[in-house]
Structures are given as C-alpha cells and as structure tokens.
Design a protein around this ligand. Structure first.
Ligand SMILES: [Zn+2]
Length: 304
C-alpha cells in the first residue's frame, strides 16, 4: 500500500470515529458550555456566543465530512434562510418582552423552586428540564403534525420544506406565522403548569442546539439515539418528497410523541438526497412571506 493510500485510509478511519461521536459530542459540549454560561453575570450574551460558535463548528464539519456532497452546492437561498431565521427569532424576543411587560409570567408562575402549584419545583433542575421538554414537545409535535395535515397551515410550513438541501443555515427557515403557531401551541402549557424561567431558558437552548444538529449535513451515525432524539437521519426522512416518509417524525427535539402516536419512521436504507416540495416556491424572501396568503400558486398538501 502506498503512502497516499495509507493516508486516505487513515482519514476514512478518523471520519468514521468522528461520525459516531460528533453528534452527541457537539450537543454535550454545547449544553455544558451553556450551563457554565448560566452561572455568569451575562448568560444571554454568552449563550448567543456559544450558539454562533456552535453553528460555525457544524458548518465547518459539513465541509470536512458531508453526508450528501450535492447538498454543499449553493441553492441561492442563504439570504432567505437567514432572513426567516432573524424574523422568527426577533418575534420570539418580542413575545418574551411583551409577556414580561404585561406580567403574564408573574401572574401565572409560582416563584422558581416553589413547591406550590403543579410544577415540581423541588426536583433537580436536570429532571425539571427533561419534564419541560417532554411537555413542550407535546405542543411542538401537534403544531408540526397539524401543519402537515391542514392545508391552511401547510402553506406556511411549506416554506421550510421547500429547500432542496439540508444544512445548518436552514435550521431557522420558518415562515413567521409557522413560528408563532409552534410557540402558541407549546409555551403556554409550561406557563400554565408554573415552570420557572430557568426551565424555559433550558428548553429554548436545547431546542436551538438540536435544531442545528437535526438539519446539519454531517455524516453521522446516531444509532440508539434515533429512538430518543430528533437526529439528522430522522429529519432527512421528514424532508423527503414521498408523503409516506415526509409525513413522519414530527418531534422537534424528542421522538417520544412520534413513538406514542405512531408517526415514527426509520427504514434500513439511506434517506433520500432529493428533498423538497412538489409545488412552486418563490426564490425571494419577500415572495416566500407573501405566497401563503395568495390564492394563485399556493401549496397543496402532499397526501399519502
Ligand atoms: Zn415539517
């Protein structure tokens, strides 16, 4: 074997090992850094720095070991993807500010750590966050599933599904109406149960990291994790053009509700590289914002 062959065999071995550890490794590192950030004076600033560094690391790994090489090609949607992301994130911020100003949070939330009310504030924070995720996911699951089953909602959700490549940049590509619907379906459940603000922050942080990790175009081997968390493998099926594959795996972070409600899907083959939707989608950000409200050329639900 020549030196060059030995070298390339070595690279392949490294890639294999990385493909096993990269997904849980990145998530664990991001969560550890976030938990450190939360003990400092500037948790929000640090979270944003951690999030951006995390996303850029994922972006670099996509170049080093892509799952699908054809997805590395520019689809001219980067601006639209980022614009949707910023608009959706901006709205979330506004909603948080409005909620705080109106005082809804204070009105319905017992103090953090309180054992009054329904929320088990005396549990260790890790368990409270797991419970928070479990409850928020119930709302996220149904918001997502309804978006695939009701024509009116699908018109908005189709913006997310119209991409022809999956990569970290289209994590936040959601029409703002779609984003609002998900928030309204998931956050009030936690509020009504009296979850403390720390649980909200952790659920948001976890969702942010898992979102990037489910959309990433990195070669990953996630094994048994596919039954617990929403992995790239499961989400690639969800972006399939075939309705029997696409109308599955609705969980945003956890797969538990898909397993319970019978929409979990994984098959013993490679998820499709050809993804997207059948109908037309304007190329521009503004066009994508207005399309769901127009009668002409709007999206029809792909029925199985
Ligand atoms: Zn979807």
């Amino acid at each position: 074997m020549s030196v060059a062959e030995k070298g390339s065999e070595m690279v392949e071995r490294v890639k294999f090992v990385v493909s096993v550890i990269v997904w849980p490794g990145l998530l664990a590192t991001a969560l550890l850094l976030t938990s450190w950030g939360m003990t400092t004076e500037t948790p929000i600033l640090l979270f944003n720095l951690i999030y951006v560094s995390f996303a850029l690391t994922v972006g670099a790994l996509e170049r080093f070991m892509p799952y699908e090489v054809s997805w590395l090609k520019d689809d001219k949607q980067t601006f639209a993807n980022l614009a949707h992301t910023l608009l959706s994130k901006g709205l979330v911020q506004v909603l948080i500010v409005v909620t705080t100003i109106v005082g809804i949070a204070d009105a319905v939330q017992p103090a953090a750590g309180s054992t009054e009310g329904l929320w088990p504030g005396d549990w260790p924070m890790v368990l409270q966050v797991v419970l928070g995720l479990f409850i928020a996911e119930f709302g996220l699951y149904w918001a997502h599933r309804l978006a695939h089953e009701f024509p009116f909602l699908w018109r908005f959700h189709a913006v997310h599904h119209s991409v022809t490549r999956l990569w970290f940049i289209n994590t936040g590509r959601f029409h703002f109406v779609d984003s609002i619907f998900s928030i309204v379906m998931s956050q009030p459940l936690l509020f009504l149960l009296g979850a403390p603000m720390e649980v909200f922050l952790w659920v948001s942080a976890f969702t942010a990291f898992v979102g990037v990790l489910t959309h990433c175009n990195i070669e990953t081997r996630t094994g048994v994790l596919n039954y617990v968390l929403n992995t790239p493998r499961l989400h690639r099926w969800h972006h399939s053009m075939a309705p029997e594959e696409g109308n599955t795996n609705y969980g945003e972070n956890l797969m538990v509700w898909d397993l319970i409600f019978g929409t979990y899907f994984d098959a013993d083959r490679r998820p499709p590289a050809e993804i997207g939707i059948e109908g037309p989608m304007p190329a521009s950000f503004a066009g994508q914002l207005f399309q769901p409200f127009k009668k002409e050329g709007r999206q029809e639900i792909p029925l199985s």
